[in-house]
Design a protein around this ligand. Sequence first.
Ligand code: MF3
Ligand code: CO
Ligand code: CO
Length: 333
Amino acid sequence: MRTFVSYLIQNTKNRNISLKYFQEEVKRKFSPYHSFYGHQQLSHTSIKNHFFWSLKGVRNFSSRHVPDCIPLPAYISSKMYAAPSQPEIKSKAEIDNMRPACKLATEILDNVGDNIRIGMTTDDIDVLVHRLCIENGAYPSPLHYRGFPKSVCTSVNHVACHGIPGSLVLKDGDIINVDITVFYKGYHGDTSRTFKIGNVDELNSSLVEAARLCRDAGIEVCHHGAKFSDIGEAVYSCASECGFQVIPNFCGHGIGTYFHGPPDIIHVPVDNPGNDKMLAGMTFTVEPIICHGSPNIQILQDGWTAVTLDGSRSAQFEHTILITEDGVEILTK
Ligand code: MF3
Ligand code: CO
Ligand code: CO
């Protein structure tokens, strides 16, 4: 997904650029909800300035502000992607320390669910999520994670995952996955849902329902001593029963003081499942992506946005879970 300013630049090459032109473009591209990078009113000067900055190569004009008081994850503060080499077994104290991050991610996702509507842009969702993180003393984990430019992933219709918020306006009948991860009190919490915008047709409505069922079927088989490969079996057969496919390219992941770590949670059956078992104290995500066409995907030029090759729609739900002695606990409930 291109940024708004690069869109303008591409579309104004060799043209006589006037302020009036920009005002018109801004009006045309921006929804009534849209705020120009941070909920300020548009003024002539700010429109003009944003454009000139972009020409001068100031690239982080749209980066959300993070106040100094917000503790940063290691990949921001020291550019280190520290994760354990093996699936980690967390102590009771570590798990209790991780709960607030999961709870906050859930609350922010609830808030998005209450506010998402026709006419919003995906950037409006980014503004909302960013603000809620900062207000609660959390860092929005996606922001500058391995170069990701925004504070949340917003994946609309045929975007399978990692959609970058931008000027896209949500319209009646769309489906959108909003994937929230927060870094709070030293831990990450990661959760996502797919929302239906306005009236969604039956196929897409059942796709969204199926995606939720598939995630929950994957979680259902988790307990101390279960094989990791059970998850892929359960997700795949749930998707098949619903008449849908699983996109195999994206895994769930271990999570803790690190955003992504072992184990990889594969959402499809594998040829050599091995014998790796879940153990009490492990925390990881289950986050299958389901689609109704071919499960082949490609990554767009921005290096992030994953789209289905055939343009068919996809849906995803995600929870962060904890393996316990007698089963599983959903930390992002
Ligand atoms: N939240 C996504 C996940 O479920 C990861 C997004 S990485 C980002 O693992 F950089 F795109 F934010
Ligand atoms: Co996520
Ligand atoms: Co995740």
